[in-house]
Design a binder for this molecule. Sequence first.
Ligand code: FES
Length: 169
Amino acid sequence: MEELLDSKLKELDNHISSLDLTVKTELERRSILIEVLHKVQEKLGYIPIDAQKWVAEKLRIPSSQVFGVVTFYNFFSTKPKGKYPISICLGTACYVGGANEILDEFKKILNIENEEVTDDGLFSIHPVRCLGACGLAPVVKIGEKVHGRVKIQDVRKIIREYKSMEKNG
Ligand code: FES
């Protein structure tokens, strides 16, 4: 495992040792696993395969079980994300409103593909299913902020906003 990864995960050692790993029910075991995975994601920003193996070893469960949970829940990510992850809804209402073209515009301007991060680490692009704000379609979520009724000509402006926010601290 990479040294940096190793040292960051080591910080979780104490937390894991404080957990009661003798719990019996499947549900209890799963909730411990989910809690630990949340902590790993907080530390690293995502949960790479090496970190999944590390968790499996610590909790004494098969890595396949960890992998299953990580891929089942969409709040876990196995790939690094940008500081401002851009989730573009491709659900029906948004799709009808031109979400695909908006996605393409983000990709073109940022010069990255889906699930990639820009070289400066600021942005990453993630097509997603319905974000639950269909009344505002087409919807783009950047970090925790929801942008509604996005038009293709807004894309450049939105990116500029985040870049200038970054510059002005
Ligand atoms: S379809 Fe996009 S928010 Fe529901």
